[in-house]
Design a protein around this ligand. Sequence first.
Ligand SMILES: Nc1ncnc2c1ncn2[C@@H]1O[C@H](COP(=O)(O)OP(=O)(O)OP(=O)(O)O)[C@@H](O)[C@H]1O
Length: 238
Amino acid sequence: MYKITLEHIMHSYEDKEVLQDFSFSFEQGKRTCLLGPSGCGKTTVLRLVAGLEKPAKGVIKISETVVSENGAILIPPHQRKIGFVFQDLALWPHFTVYDNIAFGLKENKEKNVKGKVAELLDLFGISDKAPKYPHQLSGGQKQMVAIARSLAMQPEILLMDEPLANIDAHLKERILQHMKDIQRQQQFTMLYVTHDQKEAMNTGDYIVVMNAGKIEAAGSKEEISHSSSRFVRSFIKT
Ligand SMILES: Nc1ncnc2c1ncn2[C@@H]1O[C@H](COP(=O)(O)OP(=O)(O)OP(=O)(O)O)[C@@H](O)[C@H]1O
């Protein structure tokens, strides 16, 4: 189980400063939601943890290992034992649904690949899509395959950026429940980005509320719902 620590992170895109002195420690083996309005920097935090962006200043540690530091990536993304479901990171287009999911299991030297893929497809209600290619799926189905693939990889850390954004409302609850059950079983450290306060409350052990690149409040659901911050109170209510 890995803790993720960000210390005094500054990050800009061109001349736009997005994170200013951002520090937080994400607890190992728990689900933490990053919640906040569009553009507040949630995705940037995930991309920094994944190693897809380098921080202009500050330190990022996974457990006690420094992975990024003051403008440098010390450990590249593929060596960070991280799985991610990002909206802009697509499935492999020339692999079927089955092969997209099986890939991670084979990487992990899983013996019962067929059985495990079948189990995940069944869990998400998309067993009939196994032989299809990504371009033959709807946006929501692609998203479910991406979630199944990330879970199949059994990562130590799982980063999810609005993973349920394209999924029908009536399926969201069920899928979220499965994701939470699997996280509890496998005990990976999960960071989950959403701008939907209900989804955050329903998903996270902990919630970090962000506004304009800064943390407004962080804590358990109970602590957040009793926050004295005016911004948090109005955001949670909406
Ligand atoms: N590659 C980029 N180049 C320039 N600006 C960027 C880039 N990526 C993000 N930004 C800007 O940085 C700010 C923070 O973006 P980020 O995606 O981290 O926010 P967010 O909270 O995840 O928002 P959303 O919920 O809309 O995805 C935004 O103003 C965005 O326009």
